[in-house]
Design a protein around this ligand. Structure first.
Ligand SMILES: Cc1ncc(COP(=O)(O)O)c(C=O)c1O
Length: 394
């Protein structure tokens, strides 16, 4: 086993000049163990993925059971496989009746790509409305609808016909018109530093989409799967999207995403042209088995019922004069400080003390916390003590 930095830096493509650099031996529950036997508390769930903790035994068992049956057998959509059938049926039971048909893909960005294509194809319109400061993924389409200009500049030209509005600003909804195929929003803006819209805004957004025949796509790739205390964040606002996108925690640690809509909308991908969206690995049976087990764990362990209480405990313990503001919904936090430099020092100090917090893509004055929903009261108390120590020592 090669854990050398030499191989890592020379033979693996790098995304930044300063990677976080923990050499991982194994992971279990809320902990990641380094090859130096150091234990790290994963307070970010691998960026919103390990929401039921690392290697939940029931998820591992479901993966093993599927491994014993079959791995990939055919591209998406041709063979009947119980793993994807079971998962699609389960999703339809936990979602409102109009979200009854799932297209399984490989990642969050691909879920959004599929959703955009579906909206254009269904409405016959070309214009897309998205929000400033949003993040929807890193492929060309998703990058085009993401709001961070700095991340986009070098990769133009991007998709034409994308209009940006301000998130949670009622007047901007007038920019959604009968020319708009879809409006896409993160129900809770994640990488903008956890921005929570007003219920009245979400109601008005739904109404405007209905008035103009525009499809509403809600990206719950980061905020879905129980992160905010309801299985899906849109449940807080009493609205239902036309298309929902999920990924990250959906797979319980394996790569899978989905875009979900009503069958009558999704049906248009089968003709004019046929194969309107295709993927070789989408709906991989091992990933589907893992995703189904994850949903079962969330339900059977009644994890949603504990989210708000745990969130409040974090919030009450994280009191420090250097903390300017905490934005929180459920177990999704942005903790604001006076400068990006201070955030940087705290995140690195917390790492040294064995707690993983992390930066946001588009909000340098905060760090994020999004722990596994399975974290215990004692683990929350210990983690907060370490974070406060890190803040004190920077
Ligand atoms: C809200 C949101 N949408 C889309 C994505 C893209 O997901 P992926 O990295 O799986 O492509 C992310 C990833 O951070 C996200 O937070």
């Amino acid at each position: 086993m090669d854990f050398s930095q030499e191989t890592f830096f020379n033979h693996l493509a790098q995304t930044t000049e300063n990677p976080y650099l923990i050499s991982v031996s194994y992971a279990e529950g809320i902990y990641i163990y380094g090859t130096d036997n150091k234990r790290y508390t994963d307070l970010i769930s691998g960026i919103g993925v390990s929401s039921i903790g690392h290697r939940n035994p029931l998820v591992v068992q479901a993966i093993k059971d599927q491994l014993d049956r079959h791995l990939h057998v055919m591209v998406y959509g041709e063979f009947i496989q119980s793993a994807s059938n079971d998962l699609a049926k389960k999703l339809a039971t936990v979602l409102p009746p109009s979200l009854n048909c799932s297209y399984f893909v490989n990642s969050g960005t691909e879920a959004n790509e599929g959703a955009l294509k579906l909206a254009k194809r269904y409405t016959g319109r070309q214009e897309i409305v998205s929000c400033r400061k949003s993040y929807h993924g890193s492929t060309h389409g998703s990058l085009s609808i993401s709001g961070n200009e700095v991340k986009k500049q070098a990769f133009r030209p991007l998709l034409p016909g994308v209009k940006f509005i301000n998130f949670n600003v009622l007047e901007d909804l007038q920019q959604i018109t009968k020319k708009t195929a879809c409006v896409i929003l993160e129900t809770i803006q994640g990488d903008a530093g956890v921005r929570i819209p007003a219920k009245s805004y979400m109601t008005a957004l739904r109404k405007r989409c209905d008035e103009t025949g525009t499809l509403l796509i809600l990206d719950e790739i980061q905020c879905g799967m129980g992160r905010t205390g309801t299985l899906f964040a849109f449940e807080h606002f009493g609205i239902v999207p036309d298309i929902l996108t999920v990924a990250k925690a959906f797979g319980g640690g394996l790569p899978i995403g989905a875009f979900v809509s009503d069958k009558k909308v999704m049906a248009c991908l089968t003709h004019d042209p046929a194969l309107g969206h295709i993927t070789t690995f989408g709906g991989n049976p091992v990933c589907c088995a893992s995703a189904l087990a994850t949903l079962n764990v969330i339900q059977n362990d009644r994890l949603l019922e504990q989210v708000e209480e745990k969130g409040k405990l974090f919030e009450s313990l994280l009191r420090h004069p250097k903390i300017k503001e905490i934005r929180r919904i459920g177990l999704m936090f942005a903790i604001d400080f006076e400068s990006a430099e201070m955030v940087n020092r705290i995140v690195l100090k917390a790492k040294e003390l064995g707690v993983i917090c992390y930066w946001f893509l588009s909000h340098p004055y905060s760090f994020r916390i999004a722990p596994p929903l399975t974290i215990t009261k004692k683990q929350i108390e210990e983690s907060c003590e370490t974070i406060l120590m890190a803040i004190d020592n920077t």
